[in-house]
Each structure stands twice: as structure tokens, then as C-alpha cells.
Design a protein around this ligand. Structure first.
Ligand code: HSE
Length: 297
């Protein structure tokens, strides 16, 4: 038996749309039982009631099958025990984690036939964007670049002492739907302002100088559209900032919000309160950045 463990991820971080991603200490774990090729699949944790009984449509299984197919082999699925801590459809990289876990599990069964670079390319194709997949593979804070269909990335260490406080509201926002809302044309001055903010944010995090990241995380292009579908967005953000958050953004395509905060600050509780005042129940996750990506144990 072996286990694949993949971190949750938060993409965009405000202006870094489809580019920046951060791995979080919240995991999808899959135990793969090789001795018994009976295809029994048990799903525990997040998604148990929704995905647990539609296993055939599951991304993890689709990703495994893709790798077997590329190898030209018709291998039956092994038994899987899936333990999932990552909320589904909330902007925390649940699909990237499932694809990554499926590909690494299948490749391990094939004794590492394919390189990580090949798996990365397939995973990004399957997900449709690289910003969650890359930190799921490599951990840390990553910058992805697609250049002529090839995936390139850089990784920087996330500054110590910053916690990620994530408010996860109790409704889902499928990424596909959320992407359909996005503007097709962008004014030059907005594009320039966003580019400045994204570069400034990255440099601030790389230098560990986070004084002005609240300004840098204030995305001008994607969040204004998406926040309309998050009741209480403005109040949640303001509450977090008043409680001492360093910066706040929509996590991935939403609907969760991610706040960068110092440990002592009581940011989660006030974010939850603001959601509640807008009729939305939410859960708060207080997490550290995860410097390591997918792990085979
Ligand atoms: N960059 C993607 C988006 C992330 O915002 O649509 C999805 O998690």
C-alpha cells in the first residue's frame, strides 16, 4: 500500500489571476491498496455525500485513467481510501488536488514511468489553468507561466509568521461558472494597475515586507465581477482588515475569502460574523502555508 498526500491551494491572491498560487496545510490523502485489485473506493471527509456516490465522474479517477491510457495499458483501478479535508467547490483547489493525486497514484503504480514534467503538463491541461496545479505539485508560493503550451514556474518561500485565515461560506461556486463572468476586454489603465499590484505583491512577499500588501491584493479586474456573487463580500473584507489582516482576497474563483494575518489577530471570527450578518453560514480555517507539494508515502 502507499499513500498520496496533496495540499489544498489558493490561487490568484488578488491580482495574480491564473498565475499566483499558494499551497496550504490542508490535505487530500489517498491510500492505494495494490494487493487487491477489486476497485473498492471509500470516500471520507469533505465531499463524502456529494462525490462519494458519483465516483465514476470523479476527477481523481479520470486523472488515474488518463495516465494508464497514456501508458497504453488497461489497468483496473486499485482499492482507494480517500480522506479529504479540502472543501469542494469553494476556491481551495479541490479539483487540482484530485487531479494531482490521481496522476501521482497512477504513475506510482506504473513505477514512475512518466516524468513530473509530463504529469504537470497533463494536469494543467485537465484543470484548464496552472495556478492551483503548480503549488499542489511543488508546494509553497508559486508563479506559473504558460509559454507556447509549455508550463514554466518559479517558487518562493512564503514569509514566516503569516497565517492564512480562510472563510468558507456554505454555498458553492463552480470555477467554470465563475470564469464565464469575467470581462473579455480590459481597459489599459486597469491592466497596468493590476500588473503593478501583482508584481508589488510578489516582491513584498519575497522580501518579507508586507506593509502594503492590502493595496497590492486589491484586484481591479476579476474581483469586482466575482464579488457580486458573494453576499457580504465588502463587510467580510472590511471586518478582517479592521481586525488586523494584512490583506484579503477572493480565494481562487471563490466563494471563499483568504486573509493574510498575524497569529495574534482575531480575524476569522469577525469574517464569520460578517457573513452571518448577510445570512450566510461559514466555516473558518486558520492555516499555515505548506512548503511541500504532493508527497508519496
Ligand atoms: N485562476 C483561477 C480562477 C483559479 O480564478 O478562475 C480557480 O481556482
Amino acid at each position: 500500500m502507499f499513500t498520496v498526500k496533496v495540499p489544498a491551494t489558493s490561487a490568484n491572491l488578488g491580482p495574480g489571476f491564473d498565475t499566483l498560487g499558494l499551497a496550504l496545510e490542508l490535505f487530500l490523502q489517498v491510500d492505494v491498496e495494490l494487493s487487491n485489485y477489486s476497485s473498492e473506493i471509500y470516500w471520507q471527509g469533505e465531499g463524502k455525500d456529494t462525490i462519494g456516490d458519483q465516483i465514476d465522474n470523479n476527477l481523481l479517477i479520470t486523472a488515474m485513467k488518463k495516465v494508464f491510457r497514456e501508458a497504453g495499458l488497461d489497468i483496473p483501478l486499485p482499492s482507494l481510501i480517500i480522506r479529504n479535508e479540502i472543501p469542494i467547490g469553494k476556491g481551495l483547489g479541490s479539483s487540482a488536488a484530485a487531479i494531482t493525486a490521481g496522476m501521482f497514484a497512477a504513475n506510482r503504480i506504473l513505477a514512475g514511468r512518466f516524468s513530473q514534467k509530463t504529469l504537470l503538463k497533463w494536469a494543467v491541461e485537465m484543470e484548464g489553468h496552472a495556478d492551483n496545479i503548480v503549488p499542489a505539485f511543488y508546494g509553497g508560493l508559486t508563479i506559473s507561466m504558460i509559454h507556447e503550451d509549455e508550463v514554466f514556474f518559479q517558487k518562493i518561500n512564503f514569509p514566516k509568521g503569516i497565517q492564512l485565515v480562510i472563510a468558507v461560506p456554505d454555498f458553492e461556486m463552480p470555477t467554470e461558472k465563475s470564469r464565464q463572468l469575467l470581462p473579455q476586454n480590459i481597459a489599459l489603465q486597469d491592466m497596468v494597475a493590476n500588473l503593478q499590484r501583482a508584481c508589488f505583491l510578489l516582491a513584498s512577499l519575497a522580501n518579507g515586507d508586507v506593509r502594503d500588501i492590502n493595496r497590492a491584493m486589491d484586484d481591479l479586474i476579476f474581483q469586482p465581477v466575482r464579488q457580486k456573487n458573494i453576499p457580504g463580500f465588502k463587510q467580510v473584507l472590511e471586518n478582517a482588515m479592521q481586525a488586523g489582516a494584512l490583506g484579503v482576497a477572493i480565494s481562487g474563483s471563490g466563494p471563499s475569502l483568504i486573509a493574510f494575518a498575524r497569529e495574534k489577530d482575531n480575524v476569522g471570527q469577525v469574517m464569520q460574523k460578517a457573513f452571518l450578518q448577510n445570512g450566510i453560514e461559514s466555516r473558518i480555517f486558520q492555516l499555515n502555508a505548506c512548503e511541500q507539494g504532493v508527497k508519496l508515502v
